[in-house]
Write a protein that binds this ligand. Structure first.
Ligand SMILES: [Zn+2]
Length: 167
């Protein structure tokens, strides 16, 4: 079984000689929400600094990925490059505000996934000029415009037809 690409050995970040160091990860993931998801062909790129702090490890850095968004009005799909800042604490307390250090390892997957999903738009519209919006507005306008052909179908025209056919 292949190890998670987000797993990092942090044995060197604990103890007196610990020094901050950089770590980069490129991994394909299948994270997403209903109308927005990370493009699976484009690996997410994670670039972080690991800082030894008292009782744990602080993470700072960023992630870059390509998100595919489905416009909820016109259903058009578009891809957009996104970049987010990352910041988190890993320690052994296991409380709600930090991520765990397990043995000599930390796993960045949960933290990066949390931050990525939080950054994605819940409402996805392709743009302010989305044709889906224009179309529905146009349809409403049209219902108020008198239709020339409507005259021939007026109640009087129908009655006239009935009398004429009745003769
Ligand atoms: Zn649209």
């Amino acid at each position: 079984m292949a190890a998670s690409p987000f797993l990092i050995n942090v044995a060197d970040l604990v103890g007196r000689d610990a020094r901050s160091r950089n770590e980069t990860i490129d991994a394909t993931v299948d994270w997403g929400l209903e109308l927005v998801r990370i493009v699976e062909d484009e690996p997410i790129h994670v670039d972080v600094m690991l800082h030894p702090i008292s009782g744990g490890i602080a993470i700072t850095g960023h992630a870059e990925f390509v998100a595919q968004e489905t416009c909820q009005r016109c259903l058009k799909e578009s891809e957009r490059e996104r970049r987010i800042e990352l910041g988190a604490l890993f320690d052994r307390t296991g409380d709600d505000e930090t991520y765990p250090i397990e043995g000599h390892e930390i796993n960045l997957e949960q933290m990066v996934r949390d931050e990525v999903l939080l950054s994605l738009p819940v409402v996805s519209i392709c743009g302010p000029d989305c044709p889906g919006v224009v179309d529905s507005a146009q349809t409403e306008l049209n219902t108020d415009i008198p239709d020339d052909e409507g005259d021939s179908r007026s109640p009087f025209a129908v009655l006239k037809d009935m009398f004429e056919s009745g003769d």
